[in-house]
Design a protein around this ligand. Sequence first.
Ligand code: 5AD
Ligand code: SF4
Length: 444
Amino acid sequence: MRPIQTPKTYRVKSFGCQMNVYDGDRMAELLAEQGIQPAADGEDADLVVLNTCHIREKAAEKVYSDIGRLKREDGSSPLIAVAGCVAQAEGEEIMARAPTVKMVVGPQAYHRLPEMIRAAADGHRVTDTDMPAETKFDVLPPRRRSGPTAFLTVQEGCDKFCTYCVVPYTRGAEVSRPYADLMDEAKRLIESGAREITLLGQNVNAWSGENGKGQGVGLEGLIRDLAAIPDLARIRYTTSHPNDMSRGLIAAHGEVEKLMPFLHLPVQAGNDRVLKAMNRSHTVESYLHILEHVRAVRPDIALSGDFIVGFPGETDAEFEETLKLVDTVRYAQCFSFKYSPRPGTPAATMENQLPLDVMDERLQRLQAALNRDQLAFNAASLGKTCMVLVERKGKHPGQWLGKSPWLQSVHFEGDAAVGDLVGVEITSAGPNSLGAILRQNCAA
Ligand code: 5AD
Ligand code: SF4
């Protein structure tokens, strides 16, 4: 064992979902509290945290190539910690294959990083993939700084066990954070600059808790109480399961002005046999029924979803039904993926795994349909006025970038600042962004 110097600088590299980005931010805050400074751009860090994602293929290979690339010209390496879902799923193997990795830490244990760093600095290699009874949220330092948009993890884990998905294994069982902790964290974020909060969870709409009056509430109760905080302008939530789309939550879309008109509700496939094999526990019809209700209370809602093509045994005719569903819904934007067998999940050992060329062809056709609808959704914004929350400067001098209520990226020029909520008129529409003219800045 060779002692290593205690790190003075760090870098956290996060991959994958927004929850991983949130975890990465919290790890950064934790390291900063230990007196470790963020490494400047382009500068070598003493400690590198690779915050990995395991949801689809090549995640593990990517981690090994990232580890290899961290090797310096003199052959030395920074202190490397592998965190996130690959760490949880393949921690032992990483330790065996990559001697430069000194720490492996799972998504529920990263609050223990400081002690792990001390052990690593003493020359030990440490793995912590526990799902401890104490929650990391009770140990992490309070949030101190925020940009205009912030994530807030309200719920973690998943009990749904879709047959293709690793999340129930890597993130563990569904757990809701307590209401009071969330209100506190939200207030701190708002005090430190957040004007928009996105509530996060693998199944965010399964969140439940007890409000300040001792009443049991669902996500809509939390949303309504957050909306009462004057300095908070916008609320979003992601990602949801159709079966947890309660009446109350749907009603909130029609009643809570600060709840943005955007709903990410993954369906995965457009055929009931495939949905059953995926263990989705909803049908195409029940899914469409939910969308109908949401559109009834909030007609301008932008819909989004996730799709998997080429699930084991999916026939051509079954895939055609996915295209039919897309034609029916007309999504504003979507994510779509080729099925990827995840070790340890039931679908990975199902018969009839489909060849890659079939999946490629299906994905291309699906994405062509989704792109068509995304462009059409954006084009329908032309000539409209809307509010944009300014998030950052654009590439060109004097240009600003922000988001419309429907989560479209909008760029415009004029007198504004990060964090302003400005009125704009949409003057151009592309597949991925909108151009606009500034009409009114309400920041003053
Ligand atoms: N293969 C392909 N896509 C997957 N997803 C989850 N697991 C897999 C898998 N094994 C997709 C789903 C999910 C999104 C986060 O990732 O569409 O909603
Ligand atoms: Fe995975 Fe299904 Fe849970 Fe989503 S609902 S995290 S796809 S198991």
